[in-house]
Write a protein that binds this ligand. Structure first.
Ligand SMILES: *Cc1c(COP(=O)(O)O)cnc(C)c1O
Length: 408
């Protein structure tokens, strides 16, 4: 196996000096991964509950994906959408086979944001209307269109003007959503489980009411399952927990296990409103991503990772509840499958993230007081046990700080 050419200090120095300063960094140089673990340049091992922001669904460097990519890369690395390709046909056939019933046509791109951009354009073209309703707390990416329907103002404000016709509804409140509907609305866009804003699960019945409202007003319903889809929550699609099917489905993140890919899936009559040239992507549907995507879907299905995510997710969540809830600094533990979060009563999440990394555990955060966990679905019970024990140790320290504050 090739070893890195640069030492750790030099890697950090180059990235800090030459990369746009838009990422809050954890001081680790990762060089290798397998399953739910990654290793840094010094050979130190980490349990990975960050999972590349939820991308490593079937585990890092799954042998089936590695094999498929190697095979493809030696045969053909690029094939533009204007030419037919075997890897692409195989991939979209698989993707449609796991998609909700009726969603049978695909536009392929290279990221979550691009999957959203396509959905917005498709919705405008199909309905001939301009406006969108998105959710408070929603996150859909950072290109101009996706950013327009993303809730956080600090992400949006510096880059205005964005798409003007966007309204935000309180997530989970059907009456407020209804009051925002006017004749110019093309689509309602929702993450069935909100990720970035801290694993927010809708009240039972809400998505069904949104579906009914959209049907009644002839508005398209777009589900962004970029983070919560593909078995993460214990079902192939998070929306299946409530038995609701969208008109347009956006998928990305783990779909090709790390090779960039995005997919926008819709019924034939909706997708076919797009004409030649109206939406294209040079890399979209490239053979490498498609080969990786097929291997990923096969693995999700053959290793029954939806069931596994549900089982291990229940264990993980219960263990966090048992071991963390007794600390006053922990406000709430939430989760669906292996999409888990807990809130703290202090804005100290950065300390917890860095403390976890120093103890061989990688985690994510949402805002300044929410810890988020998106481990690979293949994470083992021993790895879950280790993660919880590290988190408990760190939370105990934060709890002492909270007590000291309250007494001073
Ligand atoms: C990550 C994410 C996106 C954006 O995906 P990128 O690949 O980063 O552009 C969109 N929607 C949701 C729900 C996400 O979690």
């Amino acid at each position: 196996m090739g070893s890195p050419h640069l030492d750790s200090g030099r890697i950090v120095e180059i990235e800090d000096r030459m990369l746009a300063p838009t990422y809050s960094k954890i001081p680790i140089v990762a060089v290798r991964g397998r399953g739910a673990r990654i290793w840094d340049i010094y050979g130190r091992e980490y349990i990975d509950c960050m999972g590349g922001y939820g991308v490593a669904l079937i585990g890092h460097c799954h042998p089936k994906v590695v094999e498929a990519v190697k095979e493809q890369i030696e045969r053909l690395m690029i094939c533009h959408g204007s030419i037919y390709n075997d890897a692409r046909a195989e991939f979209i056939e698989r993707l449609v086979s796991i998609a909700p019933k009726g969603l049978d046509k695909v536009f392929l791109s290279n990221s979550g944001a691009e999957a959203i951009e396509a959905a917005l354009k498709i919705a405008r073209k199909y309905t001939g209307r301009k406006a969108f309703i998105s959710m408070m707390g929603g996150y859909h990416g950072k290109t101009m269109g996706a950013l327009s329907i993303t809730w956080r103002e600090d992400y949006r404000k510096p880059f205005e003007p964005l798409i003007g016709e966007v309204r935000f509804a309180p997530y989970g409140d059907i009456d407020r959503l209804r009051s925002l509907v006017t004749g110019d609305v093309a689509a309602v866009i929702i993450e069935p489980v909100q990720g970035e804003s801290g694993v927010r699960i809708p009240p039972d019945g809400y998505l069904k009411e949104v579906r009914e409202l959209c049907d009644e007003k002839d508005i398209l319903l777009i589900f962004d399952e970029v983070q919560c889809g593909l078995c993460r929550t214990g079902r192939m699609w998070a929306s299946q927990h409530w038995d609701v099917t969208p008109d347009i489905l956006c998928v990305a993140k783990g779909l090709a296990s790390g090779i960039p890919v995005g997919a926008t899936i819709a019924p034939r009559d909706i997708m076919d409103k797009l004409s030649i040239g109206e939406h294209t992507s040079t890399f979209g549907g490239n053979p490498i991503a498609c080969a990786a995507g097929s291997a990923t879907i096969d693995t999700l299905v053959s290793e029954r990772l939806a069931e596994r995510a549900w089982e291990v997710g229940c264990i993980f969540k219960r263990m966090l509840e048992d071991r963390l809830s007794r600390y006053k600094v922990v406000r709430e533990v939430r989760g669906l499958g292996l999409m888990i979060a807990f809130d703290l009563r202090l804005p100290v999440v950065k300390d917890v993230v860095l403390g976890a990394a120093a103890n061989g555990l990688l985690i994510l955060y949402s805002g300044r007081a929410t810890v988020r966990l998106l481990p690979p679905l293949v994470i083992g019970r021993d790895e879950v046990e280790y993660a919880v024990s590290i988190l408990e140790k760190l939370i105990a320290v934060e709890d002492e700080k909270l007590k000291a504050r309250m007494h001073s």
